[in-house]
Design a protein around this ligand. Sequence first.
Ligand code: GAR
Length: 214
Amino acid sequence: MSTDIKNASPLRCAVLISGGGRTLKNLLDYKSSGRLKNVCFPLVVSSSPTAAGLQYAALCNADAQVVERKEFDSDDAFSDAIYDLIEQSQCNFIVMAGFMRKLIIRPEWENKAVNIHPSLIPSFCGPGFYGKKVHQAAIDYGVKVSGCTVHFVTNEVDGGPIILQKTVSVHSDDDADSLAARVLEVEFQALPEALELIADGRVTVVGRKTVIMD
Ligand code: GAR
């Protein structure tokens, strides 16, 4: 079965963050340099009140909100609070940009939420793999190539259909910081590229795969 991802244009994205916000800042830089024409970012939701990334919301006049997991009894209740904000801001798309909490994907949000993960899925992903832990695991395993993956979000952690991946070399003298920095450079290309493909209606989901139209 194929799902044509003709999302409403423009993509009104709720950007979910938890920390530094470099991924968000990069998206805003793309937007302000005239790219991402059919994509806008009216809402930023942080799972932490101290997330440095919250400062960037002001740069794009986005509504910045904090929803902390500890305020809720369950992932469902936490997710409901985030969906309320998304609906209030009339967003039609979700971008997880360094978001370290579980958002339950409601059926109506299938193929309308993307995440960026700093490894080549299905390696070094899933529960417990986030941030520097991903890069340390790649180094400890001895892989020669790593990279990043942009994928649709499902209720399986890091398990949704892959939209695109970009690779980097792993050097023999890399530590988690140096590898993270090299991967971040390709993350900065991959996420805007994926959003542009989706906004242009070029992404179709077929089973657990995506097909990208020329
Ligand atoms: C990015 O490298 C992103 O891929 C990673 O966290 C970093 C966020 O940085 N995400 C994950 O590990 C998700 N499993 P930022 O908060 O500065 O944008």
